[in-house]
Design a protein around this ligand. Sequence first.
Ligand code: TRH
Length: 394
Amino acid sequence: MSSAQPVSAPSSAPIACDIFCAVIDNFGDIGVCWRLARQLAHEHGWQVRVFVDDLHAFQKLCPALAPDRARQTLDGIVIEHWREPAHAGETLEVADVVIEAFACELPPVYITAMAGRERAPLWLNLEYLSAEDWVADFHLRLSPHPRYALSKTFFFPGLGPGTGGVLKERHLDAARAAFESSPAARAEWWLKATGQTPPPASATVVSLFAYENPAVESLLAQWRDGAAPVVLLVPEGRISGALARFFGLPSFAAGTRAERGNLTAHALAFTEQTGYDALLWASDINFVRGEDSFVRAQWAAKPFVWHIYPQADDAHLPKLDAALAHYTRTLPAAARHALERFWHAWNGVGQPDWAQFQRHYPMLKQRAAEWAVELARVGDLAGNLTSFAKSQLK
Ligand code: TRH
């Protein structure tokens, strides 16, 4: 767990910030909130408190957390177990900046206290990430409260100019460069994650973090029967059952290693959040899902395949295409189509064609590196959020 010191100490008292997070499912809600909390505290010197309703999901990302404690401090951040919708901590000290993550609805008692505060806090609704064009128009729009003299500002993450951007720690590129340039770091990572030495350069290393996916069986078979070796790294989770079925095993729990034809697969333990990036750096291609791992794959600057969070009525498909439009913008048509087809197949439309995807690998790799530079121009979300907050709190 990092314990970085604030790099830019604020000139006066630190800005106090409360983040409210309701875990809908999986790890993305708390994953995004915890990453943001750490950046606000460690990079911007804010005094952060996180209210979260599911400490068990949180503990998976942050094993140092005690899931039975109502209040604790970790990494300089106060964590409150948000036990019921009305709960708002022992005291009603309203922060300067209040972040309502993903429209989770603040406790009514807290909103009343916000309205009663001598100076109204800055109230931000942090939205889910979408790459769609409308996001830039809605970013920073205000929504006045129907009863109180309070307004909520919509803060939209995004992949394009005029949006809030996505989270990126200041140290991230340096950490990646250090890992990638150190054979010792790589060897140490492989030993810890798989108990093995790193595979030879002739193997394609693939990390696989996904929801249950009907396309996985076909893909596993293509890897098994392919001309070149594939080494698959699978953190324990929702896709593990499909791996077990494919290999005829009772389970595919952490520590399992299985081999068929040209495919070797390792089941990995789910690591704490700060350890996840190294898995992306150690791989040639990353399968990611949801929101936070999708962003991390972009910063890893390797070709990746996104399993988007499925929504009713296929509402997620335009979002998938909007992300593809950004990511593939400068790719030649053949490589762009191969990537589009593969992403679509991985999200239920068509069949994945690994050989076609692989053919364009060098081009996709180059684009992944360029895209990471382009995306960084939108600015880091925590930095964009703190600049906005400072402009409002002046
Ligand atoms: O877990 P996700 O699917 O999360 C979500 C939720 O479903 C949420 O409700 C939805 O709205 C959102 O997606 C869009 O995927 P995500 O966002 O990638 O979060 C996973 C987190 O888990 C991320 O912070 C990385 C972390 N992680 C680890 O800490 N260790 C690991 O070993 C792995 C594989 C992931």
